[in-house]
Design a protein around this ligand. Sequence first.
Ligand SMILES: [Fe+2]
Length: 231
Amino acid sequence: MLSNTIFYLFLVFVQLIPQAVSQNLPFKVEKISLPKLGWGLGSLEPYISKETNVLHYFKHHQAYVNNYNAALDSLVEAEAKGDYKTIVELQSAIAFNGGGHINHSLFWKNLAPVSEGGGEFPDLNSELSKLVYKQFGGFDELIKLTNEKLATIQGSGWAFIVKNLSNGGKIEVVTISNQEALFKPLVPLVAIDAWEHAYYLQYLNLKADYFEAIWNVINWKEAERRFNAAK
Ligand SMILES: [Fe+2]
């Protein structure tokens, strides 16, 4: 009798093993979605048109979100099958679309309508202002440098004004290709989208005009918040 019971428990135990393993296989992943905008789609006019924002936000950013989520589904499936080749293959789609989501989320938040402080530089006594004046001589000079860097981007990319935590918190201007994302020690303060989809509908081939105009709707308060929060 006892041996029958032990044998029964053994069978239950053996049956539970594959169940437990399979329950652990599909690891938990967090899907992403479009962030809410803090301003109306037409409120950045005339510097960024409503049509540009509609297309940029609902089509381009949404596509990064959708493609990232689809890549995650494929990753879970590949992980469950132990398909390591597909797992490796998916990394570039995850980095590209995830980077697109990170960069655009920064971009929307560092824009603001003129009526809500867009283009207004931080208080001269703020830590950010003090450093900008010390390093560059003023905000106009920092903007000029950023526009020069933006002009050097070949194809698609971004320029970022960053706080470099590995360089004593100094401010730097960096550019990236496509949708590479920045991580510590570089903390983005302002992100400028230099992809054609960000301006072409309104500015056509006059990319430099878009780069000049966008500073009228840059949310320096958000840049200051990021600067102060970056440790
Ligand atoms: Fe974009």
